[in-house]
Design a protein around this ligand. Structure first.
Ligand code: ADP
Ligand code: ZN
Ligand code: ZN
Length: 733
């Protein structure tokens, strides 16, 4: 602005606005701007920030019910800039939503601005007022609606907007299935309202989805919105179709990262305006703005995908529970194999905390039985047939016979192997060379189909050399087995069988997973080879045999959650078998193992999740691990391992100082820095440090006091330290 052009006198209201600033920026949560009129907290708007105009949210303290603005400033401070634009067409984000953001930001140690803006759809952050109007008109047309209600002064304007109905031809609800006794019992218990979160512990095929749908129906009848969370995008289409068919007159929208940006904004707007009755989505959907929210369902609550693995590393399951409690609404967690944290909360004292209500459905619909579990002792097999044979044909003769039987009966089998590619490593018999990755502390995987050696950590790929790059010996051999090789070996062992494979390699192209799943459903495949990707949720009616070939690694993993994940995976995989009651009687889950005596397998054989959980909880208690302790993981990435460890060691010294100042933090343990299982990825060295506390609030306060020192430390370390992050309640350590 030229100096001789004095600014006109301005009058207005100072408004604190949340914009996307990382905590690292060292700025307070909000920035102040000047508005022409009072703005309610939660109002979406656009403000100038530096040279850009960015999306922001009028903010206020959520524990005060007042308005966000400070008293009118006269004359306004010269440094305050004007708000660029207010999105009057949108009601403000509700108090529940704002409270969720503030809680999540504090709990996961991020700035509220980053938290709030990062969970809004990208298109909403970019769009201007005119663009927003266009999108709203498009949405109105799609849903056959009248324009949005005019903005109101007070909060939660949309809450008292009329409940929408869409006038369509097929609003006739389909006939409902008669409930099983167990379903009826659970629904009766759920209808008797209670404030606690509910764990619905039901075996695969017990009809949990029907229970969810009945509760959704009840919420809709009460004029509320329902939020259904599922772990995987792949699982949304199946459920979405079922939900739409069940509630034809209602508006159901999806929210997951597989949607295009335009569609995502449409879903978000429909939810926020209260036009959508049902939101179905993956973890990000826990942040949907839902003014009439009355029910949250978290299906497969144990699934690791509910934990975000970058940025704000939130757990959508945990946030769903917080949100439900804060908004005073019902939340149902469903699983056949609950996470041990949830199970512990659902066990009555003194074994558990008794915080959740547990409802069980132990039998399958239609008297379907659970698959019989058969363990094959690999030690015995090796004694019988020798090491070499096992390498060439990794199936026990009994398993092969069982696979052939399925073939003859026209039934399908699923063979699980959690490793893609042909072989995990190539090896030179002459000099001992192995196909390591030059950029990572990991082997490169041999992919036979495209003749490459590919690193699954950094993506580095090269053509397979003809001879050993180290000594020139042409005799380089694949070691071990991935899904590609398994597919080949199965084809050799079962001539004439139609073998299919589903893993991250075969499903890279958009739509290919759906196409391959359709092939399985249509019966075009006899034996399906797959990674854990196929074990989840898919309703394969004709599969009567599931086999897991190399499950053991998880039994002795350094990650204390590995057995829990293995048990869930095998139960879930077994749940794929015999979903058709007529075939259930002869459905089987085969496991080849070196440790047939392991208690995990004994519990699996008996389909006894409670026994498995009891054993695990005892171990966790003795070892002082979650749910008996609370963890945070501080991660650092640097140019050298020394720099990464140095950063963490300095942080540890700072932690010790804090603990000396504040005796209440004495119980918090800060472990020495260690390299993670893969220490170097893409030439970046990584190190991590575990923090353990018997008390969650103490850990929270400690982290908030501790973290600010890292910014300064990272600044001092300069270019040597690339990144650091704190992961609260880490899933993998
Ligand atoms: P879960 O989610 O517990 O694994 P589902 O909800 O998928 O189980 O139910 C398993 C199968 O049983 C589905 O095909 C479903 O349509 C069917 N089903 C569920 N409840 C009933 C019922 N009351 N009567 C008949 N079939 C049912
Ligand atoms: Zn060699
Ligand atoms: Zn690599």
């Amino acid at each position: 602005m030229p100096l001789d052009d004095p600014a006109p006198p301005r009058f207005g209201h100072g408004v604190s606005v949340l914009v996307e600033l990382p905590k690292h920026a060292g700025l307070a949560g909000t920035l102040s701007y000047l508005a022409g009129a009072e703005l309610p907290p939660g109002q979406l708007l656009r403000v100038p920030l530096g040279r850009r105009v960015v999306c922001g949210i009028a903010w206020g303290e959520t524990d005060r019910s007042g308005m966000a603005e400070t008293p009118p400033i006269e004359p306004p401070s010269a440094s305050l800039r004007d708000i660029a634009e207010v999105f009057h067409a949108l009601p403000p984000l509700g108090e529940g939503w704002r409270a969720l953001i503030e809680f999540a930001a504090a709990y996961y140690q991020r700035s509220p601005g980053e938290m709030a803006l990062s969970v809004l759809p990208g298109d909403l952050r970019e769009v201007d007022g005119a663009g927003l109007q266009r999108r709203l008109r498009r949405l109105e047309k799609r849903l056959g609606r009248t324009p949005p209600p005019p903005p109101r002064k007070r909060r939660s304007a949309a809450a008292d907007a009329p409940v929408p109905t869409v006038e369509t031809a097929e609003t006739v609800p389909p006939p409902l299935p008669a409930l099983s006794e167990e379903q009826q019992g659970v629904l009766d218990a759920l209808a008797a309202s209670s404030a606690e979160p509910v764990l619905l512990h039901g075996v695969t095929g017990s009809g949990k989805t029907e229970v969810y749908l009945r509760r959704v129906a009840a919420a809709l009848d009460a004029g509320q919105q329902a939020l259904l969370l599922v772990p995987e995008i792949n699982l949304t289409p199946q459920l979405e179709a079922r939900v739409r068919a069940r509630f034809p007159g209602r508006v159901t929208v999806a929210m997951h990262s597989g949607l295009g940006p335009a569609e995502r904004l449409q879903s978000w707007l429909a939810a926020h305006l209260g036009w959508a009755d049902i939101v179905l989505g993956t973890r990000m959907a826990v942040f949907a703005s839902l003014p009439r929210l009355g029910l949250i369902v978290v299906d497969e609550e144990h699934d690791p995908s509910y934990k975000q693995q970058e940025g704000a590393r939130y757990s959508a399951r945990d946030l769903a529970i917080w949100r439900a409690r804060n908004e005073g609404i019902a939340v149902i967690l469903g699983s056949a194999t609950p996470s041990l944290e949830t199970w512990h909360n659902a066990l009555p004292a003194p074994e558990g905390s008794g915080r959740y209500r547990r409802l069980s459905m132990p039998t399958r619909i239609g008297a379907g039985v659970l698959p019989q579990v058969r363990l094959i002792d690999l030690t015995r097999l090796q004694e019988q047939f020798g090491r070499q044979m096992l390498r060439e044909q990794p199936f026990a003769p009994q398993l092969l016979a069982a696979l052939r039987e399925r073939l003859e009966r026209g039934e399908q089998s699923l063979v699980l192997l959690n490793r893609r590619g042909y072989a995990p490593v190539l090896h030179c018999t002459g000099c001992g060379w192995k196909s390591d990755c030059p950029h990572c502390s990991a082997w490169r995987v041999f992919h036979k189909l495209d003749r490459t050696l590919r690193c699954h950590h950094c993506g580095f790929a090269e053509r397979v050399p003809r001879a050993c790059p180290s000594c020139g010996d042409p005799d380089i051999q694949p070691v071990g087995r991935g899904t590609e090789r398994l597919e080949e070996q199965l084809a050799a062992a079962l001539p004439g069988a139609r073998i299919g494979r589903i893993d991250a390699d075969t499903t890279r192209a958009k739509g290919s997973l759906e196409a391959q799943l359709a092939q399985v459903h249509d019966g075009d495949i006899d034996v399906l080879v797959g990674t854990q990707m196929v074990a989840k949720g898919h309703d394969f009616r004709r599969i009567t045999l599931v086999a897991a070939l190399q499950a053991d690694a998880a039994l002795f993993s350094s990650d204390f959650r590995a057995p829990e994940r293995l048990f869930a995976l095998l139960m879930q995989a077994g749940g794929r078998a015999g979903r058709d009651a007529a075939q259930a009687a002869r459905s089987e889950l085969w496991i080849q193992t070196w440790h047939p005596q392991h208690p995990l397998y004994a519990a699996l054989k008996a389909h006894d999740y409670p026994a498995f959980a009891a054993g695990q909880l005892l171990e966790r208690q003795q070892a002082g691990l979650p749910p008996f302790a609370h963890l945070a993981l501080l991660r650092c990435e640097a140019r050298t391992q020394d720099a990464a460890v140095g950063f963490l060691a300095q942080a540890a010294r700072r932690a010790a100082e804090l603990q000396a100042e504040q005796p209440a933090w004495g119980a918090i343990l800060v472990y020495p820095p260690v390299p993670p299982s893969v220490q170097r990825v893409a030439n970046v060295e990584r190190a991590q440090m575990l923090v353990e506390s018997p008390s969650r609030p103490a850990l929270q306060r400690f982290l908030s006091a501790w973290l600010p020192s890292f910014h300064e430390e990272a600044r001092q370390a300069g270019a040597r330290v690339l990144r650091w992050a704190v992961d609260v309640d880490p899933l993998a350590i």
